[in-house]
Design a protein around this ligand. Structure first.
Ligand code: 5GP
Length: 192
């Protein structure tokens, strides 16, 4: 998606440790017009699939998933929570995920009330790197007995392999921008 690639090229910064910072429009300040265009693009890419619900992970997935839901007939958006809270009651699906950016394990939790066997789900997230966050969401989907119709990603760092591994397992992964390489020293970003 050229619009997203242009924004990454113009406003993204490459940090040491293979981290791409896009907080001017995606991870801190949110450009909802861009999010809306991203949602429209996922709707085009996943046209014809039955999508009953969108599942994402807090925090940065929520905004893009909500904008995307408007293009999928206003389906509900469920986000996996990253911490236990007194607001999380009843039975839950839970697994753990290793965070690429925080470099630690954390739980991800969805209440059983919001994922039901037989539902068809689209997974959405802001970044796909090694695929740990997606594997966590897929574990929750398997436990819930839902069908994963596809995986929509804003920015895939193609050189980290998570996307290729998921595609090899048969998942329909649609990434709106795939970074082929990036250089923290020069700031150069190449897209696939
Ligand atoms: P993975 O689990 O695929 O290794 O990493 C994906 C998760 O880590 C995403 O949910 C995202 O929050 C975070 N992440 C991974 N790489 C980057 C990056 O380069 N920049 C930002 N902003 N987040 C990243």
């Amino acid at each position: 998606m050229k619009e997203l690639e242009d924004r990454i090229r113009n406003e993204g910064t490459v940090k040491a440790g293979n981290v791409l910072k896009v907080d001017a429009f995606l991870n801190h300040q949110c450009d909802v017009t861009l999010f809306d265009h991203m949602g429209a693009e996922w709707a085009r890419l996943f046209a014809g699939k039955r999508i009953d619900k969108i599942l994402t992970i807090e925090a940065s997935g929520i905004g893009i998933a909500c904008c995307a839901a408007r293009h999928f007939g206003n389906v509900p958006v469920v986000f996996a929570k990253k911490a236990q809270s007194i607001n999380l009651d009843g039975e839950q699906y839970m697994t753990t995920v290793y965070s690429f950016t925080k470099r630690q394990e954390f739980p991800i939790i969805v209440s059983k009330r919001f994922l039901s066997p037989g539902e068809h789900v689209l997974l959405i997230d802001d970044f796909l790197a090694n695929g740990k966050a997606m594997h966590g969401l897929l574990d929750l989907c398997a436990a819930a007995g839902v069908t994963v119709e596809g995986i929509g990603i804003a920015v895939e760092k193609g050189f980290q392999g998570g996307g290729d591994e998921l595609r090899a397992r048969g998942y329909a992964v649609e990434s709106l921008a795939i970074v082929k390489s990036m250089d923290a020293r020069t700031g150069n970003i190449e897209f696939a």
